[in-house]
Design a protein around this ligand. Structure first.
Ligand SMILES: Nc1ncnc2c1ncn2[C@@H]1O[C@H](COP(=O)(O)OP(=O)(O)OP(=O)(O)O)[C@@H](O)[C@H]1O
Length: 794
């Protein structure tokens, strides 16, 4: 700032204007004033103010009354005004003109006088100035010397000054730089301060975050510890399970060995039993003979006793006769009057009677001997009969014991089989595989006739008993093993027994999916739905629902309450259709556009828990089997069915029945399970189906979605990163069941029809692929509060 003032030109002290801007008259006046001032100093006269030095409004007063003020000082403008003044009076007003001219003259005189005075003053001043100039010149010489000195000093000073200026400019530039630096530093400091402030905020935030993170870390640590404990307990449980598994496997082997020995024992026991039964029968026969013999002997004895009695009666009678005769003889002898002839006669008679008596006595003795021997025989027979009876009772007891053993063994066998199934299921659950059951339907009247025996057979070896199936095609045998194989004799109840545990787990909070796959007419709909109106022919869907309702009723005693919601849809030609919608006309042609429910989107969505939802789908709250039965009837009537060359009533769509089960318990535990039962449309070769028009379109859509299903299965089996679930509505709908954490079971239905052997082979190969698929360990959606938080799971 100082340097800037230094560079400025000097200002006039009176006007404040810069002197460089001063006009020449003002300059002259200023100099005059200086001169007058100087003169006044030199002459000692009173200083005459020269108003030209300033432009104050004295001018007007001077012009107005010059005659009244003989020392009036004229300004340039006044002089100019007086000189240029013209006559303002009228042309013919000479008096006025004269007065004006006199006045003008007066003023001019005054002006001239003032001018002369000024001039005198100037002369005086000039002299004074001259004198002073001389003294000044002297002074000037002195001054010049001084000036020279001063000049040298000045030049030195200039040099100094320049160097100082340079220094100054340098310093100024440095200072400017420093200022700039300072500014930048200031800016930087401000930004740094801002940064510091923001950093402080961030620090605070970070500290807060650290604190929360620490809290989280501690909680995570706790969780980690708990998890580690849980993992440890799981590992222990796992190792215990593995140990259990090993022991169970060993016990299973032992059980199987025992089973084998039991089976052998059983067969030998059966043989023994049958021989014993034969013996029993023969002993019964011999006992019967002995009894008969005894009876005949008893009859004989009775006859003989009768005869003996008769003989005894005869003897007694004859004895009484003899006595009568003897008394008569005594009478005759006493009377001696009877004739000797009569006496001889009588003697003869008596003798003959005596003979008869002795012969009869002999007969009696013989008969008594016979009776004794018969009695002996009877005793013997009785003895042998009682022995036989004893033997029979002993044999009977043995048979009973064997029967008990047999029942025991059969129970053991069933228990062993159940244990094996349970272990097998546990192993599968641990492996996370899709389970596959195979079902072969009986031959139907419309099926072809096999030329070289049946195409389906079942191996009888212990390891594949009930699990193996062999398919014969062109003389070659293709063996397959599944988790269970049901032959054509298996009833609906036999099939249901095997899946009842799986169905039960839906109540326990698991997602369960059962679907039936197979060529058209192989028995999928029969297996899944059956004929609900005939009790023995009810399929898996009605049976599962009955079981679920019964179990939910019995679980009420343990404080569980369940809410169940049912929905049913079909995927027909890649379009979802609501089977429970009341807006839909029943039994109608699926290809007819009038059957579409306008405005309904039916889009499939999966949530984070792997639950599937279909928008706009009718969901019905159900609380009993009667409601379900009517829903199933409604759905069956709405389903798209058509006749094909392979099946009278062929399902032309994939049908999905879903029952969502949510349970709550008094202890605030909750479970959320679901049961998905799927009856797929049947695969069929276009060449065999004989389909045209809409049927052809349907068949193509069915085959495409089933091929998408097989693509998904193959990708899962290969553990591909990308599984094409979205390629079809069916696979996208089944995504949580195929690629998630649900318990999934597939039924592969096989037709024993020899003309379908190619399709059956394809189905069995596909099923074998499915059986090898690992989809993950089933996860239970269950929360248990107040029990053990570690057991809570999604
Ligand atoms: N286990 C069985 N016992 C008795 N009859 C059966 C059995 N399985 C299937 N059937 C009969 O076979 C015929 C075809 O069965 P179903 O309609 O269930 O086949 P599908 O595989 O569902 O065929 P589509 O895929 O064409 O619908 C029906 O008449 C059914 O009653």
């Amino acid at each position: 700032m100082a340097s800037r003032n230094q560079n400025r030109p000097p200002r006039s002290p009176s006007t404040g204007k810069e002197l460089g801007d001063e006009n020449p008259l003002d300059k002259r006046r200023r100099l005059g004033a200086v001169g007058r001032g100087a003169g006044s100093i030199g002459t000692g006269r009173t200083r005459q103010p020269f108003s030209a030095v300033n432009n104050r409004p004295e001018v007007t007063a001077a012009v107005a009354a010059p005659e009244e003020c003989p020392h009036h000082e004229f300004t340039k403008e006044e002089v100019g005004a007086i000189l240029n003044e013209k006559l303002k009076a009228k042309k013919f007003d000479l008096k006025a003109k004269y007065e004006h001219a006199a006045d003008h003259n007066k003023r001019l005189k005054l002006c001239v006088k003032w001018f002369q005075q000024c001039d005198e003053n100037h002369v005086l001043e000039a002299e004074k100035l001259k004198n002073s100039l001389e003294s000044v010149v002297k002074d000037a010489l002195i001054q010049k010397n001084k000036e020279e000195e001063l000049n040298s000093i000045i030049s030195e000073l200039r040099d100094n000054n320049t160097s100082l200026q340079e220094k100054l400019s340098k310093e100024v530039s440095e200072k400017l730089d420093a200022i700039e630096r300072h500014i930048t530093e200031n800016d930087a400091r401000i930004t740094a301060e801002k940064l510091v402030a923001s950093l402080k905020e961030e620090l605070e935030r970070a500290q807060q975050e650290i604190a929360t993170a620490n809290e989280r870390a501690t909680s995570l640590d706790n969780t980690h510890k708990r998890l580690q404990e849980y993992i440890l307990s799981l590992q222990q449980y796992n190792s215990k399970l593995i140990n259990d598994l090993e022991t169970v496997c060993e016990s299973l082997k032992r059980v199987e060995r025992e089973k084998l020995t039991i089976v052998e024992n059983l067969s030998t026991l059966r043989c023994h039993c049958s021989s014993l039964q034969e013996q029993l029968i023969s002993s019964r026969v011999s006992q019967d003979d002995a009894v008969k013999q005894k009876e005949t002997l008893l009859n004989e004895v009775k006859c003989l006793q009768g005869e003996l009695q008769q003989v005894r009666d005869d003897r007694d009678r004859q004895m009484s006769q003899v006595q009568v005769l003897s008394t008569e003889i005594e009478k005759h002898k006493e009377s001696t009057g009877s004739s000797l002839a009569e006496l001889d006669n009588m003697t003869m008679k008596w003798k003959s009677f005596e003979d008869t008596c002795s012969s009869q006595r002999e007969q009696i003795r013989i008969l008594e001997l016979q009776l004794a021997s018969a009695n002996e025989k009877l005793k013997m027979t009785d003895l042998s009969a009682s022995e036989t009876r004893m033997e029979y009772l002993e044999k009977k007891r043995m048979v009973e014991e064997l029967k008990d053993q047999l029942v025991d063994m059969e129970h053991k066998l069933v228990d062993g089989e159940n244990l094996r199934k349970k272990l097998h299921n546990t192993i599968l659950e641990l492996k996370g595989n899709i389970r596959v059951f195979c079902r072969v339907r009986p031959l139907l009247p419309d099926d072809g006739v096999a030329t070289e025996g049946a195409i389906v057979s079942y191996p009888t070896s212990t390891e594949s008993l009930g699990r193996g199936i062999d398919l014969k095609q062109s003389g070659q045998k293709y063996p397959f093993t599944f988790d269970k194989v049901f032959n054509h004799e298996a009833s609906q109840q036999d099939v249901f027994v095997e899946i009842s545990q799986l169905v039960q787990s839906a109540l326990d909070g698991y997602k369960v999916c059962i679907f039936a796959y197979g060529q058209t007419g192989s028995g999928k709909t029969y297996t899944m739905m059956g004929r609900p109106e005939i009790p023995e022919q009810k399929g898996l869907i009605p049976r599962s629902l009955e079981q679920i309702f019964q179990s939910s009723q019995s679980l009420k005693a343990q404080g569980w309450k369940y809410k169940m919601q049912a929905s049913m849809l079909e995927i027909y030609n890649e379009t979802i259709r609501d089977l429970l919608s009341n807006n839909r006309s029943v039994g109608s042609d699926p290809t007819c556009p009038e059957n579409a429910i306008f405005g309904k989107q039916y889009t499939i969505k999966h949530d984070a828990n792997g639950n599937t939802y279909v928008s706009d789908l009718t969901i019905v709250d159900v609380s009993g089997i009667t409601e379900i039965s009517s829903l199933l009837r409604q759905a069956a009537q709405s389903r798209s069915v058509g006749k094909t060359q392979m099946n009278e009533q062929s399902s032309r769509s994939h049908m999905v029945f879903t029952l969502r089960i949510s349970g709550t318990n008094e202890h605030r535990a909750t479970s959320a399970g679901s049961l998905n039962l799927v009856d797929l449309a049947g695969s069929e070769r276009l060449s065999r189906s004989g389909a045209t028009g809409d049927r052809l379109k349907e068949t193509q859509a069915i085959n495409k979605s089933l091929s998408c299903l097989s693509d998904v299965i193959f990708a899962l089996a290969k553990k591909d990163d990308h599984v094409p679930f979205r390629n079809s509505k069916l696979t996208y709908l089944l995504q949580p069941c195929l690629g998630g954490d649900s318990k999934t079971l597939m039924f592969v239905n096989v037709s024993p029809d020899p003309t379908s052997v190619g399709e059956s082979l394809c189905s069995l190969r596909f099923a074998a692929r499915v059986n090898a698929c690992e989809i993950g360990v089933p996860r239970r959606q269950m929360t248990l509060q107040h029990v053990d938080s570690r057991l809570s799971c999604g």
